[in-house]
Design a protein around this ligand. Structure first.
Ligand SMILES: [Zn+2]
Length: 264
């Protein structure tokens, strides 16, 4: 599988490069298609194709814009390498299969969300709603374990519909749960504890992996976020009430860990 996995990793570099464009543009309501060419955020010079090769260009240019010499963020090679890594692992573990494709798509979505939430506190609908739809479609090909199945236990129920229904109900349930937690928090503390983006993101995770893995991811993500938040408040001496934890970033990290460690 080494050859296939290596090809997947190279493809992952390209997808990572595309994700970088999304991470930079979607929060500002620019689309990956408009403007059509990449540009430097500082001098707005259009970037030539030979300066836009994933990873390679960053190394050749030593991390600086050719025109204005402004530093290029380390996020660019990092996102490309992470995407390549997860694509490699997906194909290495599952071969050239629907399962590997599902893991690759999920990894790309999570990497995008981790970085947009961390940098901009935004979880773009294109990846939350769009991802939920993709998760639902994958459920037609890859059977999800039945948790809500008892609701339709009649012998008449066709097998092929059980898994997508499972994905739909899991997504709705996980979203609802997080929304309810946020609403309660708001009532008690009179503060917005959580954005709607996190709620949509949990729907996406539920649709991809079903109820139990999604609940586990929710738990792990919240623990990671809380620990990181406490550390940040302690070391940066910020007031707890003014600090907004990028919960989506931590949900994404938890989701990647769970999805790639065969816990789903
Ligand atoms: Zn520049």
């Amino acid at each position: 599988m080494i050859l296939e996995a290596t090809l997947a990793a190279l493809f992952g570099l390209l997808i990572g490069s595309f994700l970088n464009v999304c991470i930079f543009r979607l929060p500002y309501d620019l689309t990956p298609a408009n403007p059509p060419r990449s540009f430097c955020p500082k001098c707005e010079n259009t970037i030539a194709w030979y300066d836009n090769i994933p990873l390679v260009s960053f190394l050749l240019l030593r991390g600086r814009c050719r025109n204005c010499k402004e530093r290029i963020s380390y996020r660019y090679p990092l996102v490309e390498l992470l995407t390549a890594f997860f694509f490699f692992v997906a194909v290495y573990k599952s071969g050239v299969s629907w399962q590997a494709l599902k893991l690759c798509v999920f990894a790309a979505i999570c990497i995008d969300l981790i970085f947009t939430d961390f940098e901009e506190r935004i979880l773009p609908d294109e990846f939350t709603y769009g991802g939920a739809l993709l998760g639902l479609l994958f459920a037609f090909k890859i059977q999800l374990p039945s948790m809500f199945g008892f609701l339709f236990l009649s012998g008449e129920t066709r097998q092929w519909i059980l898994s997508p229904v499972e994905a739909l109900l899991s997504g709705l349930f996980c979203s609802g749960l997080l929304w309810l937690a946020g609403a309660l928090y708001k009532k008690v503390r009179h503060l917005d504890g959580m954005g709607l983006g996190d709620v949509k993101m949990m729907g996406m995770i539920g649709a991809f992996f079903g109820l139990m893995p999604a609940l586990f991811i929710l738990l792990v993500g919240n623990i990671l976020g809380s620990v990181a938040g406490l550390l940040f408040i302690f070391f940066a001496k910020k007031k707890a009430a003014t600090f907004e934890i990028p919960l989506g970033s931590f949900l994404g990290i938890a989701a990647l860990w769970v999805a790639f460690s065969d816990r789903v």
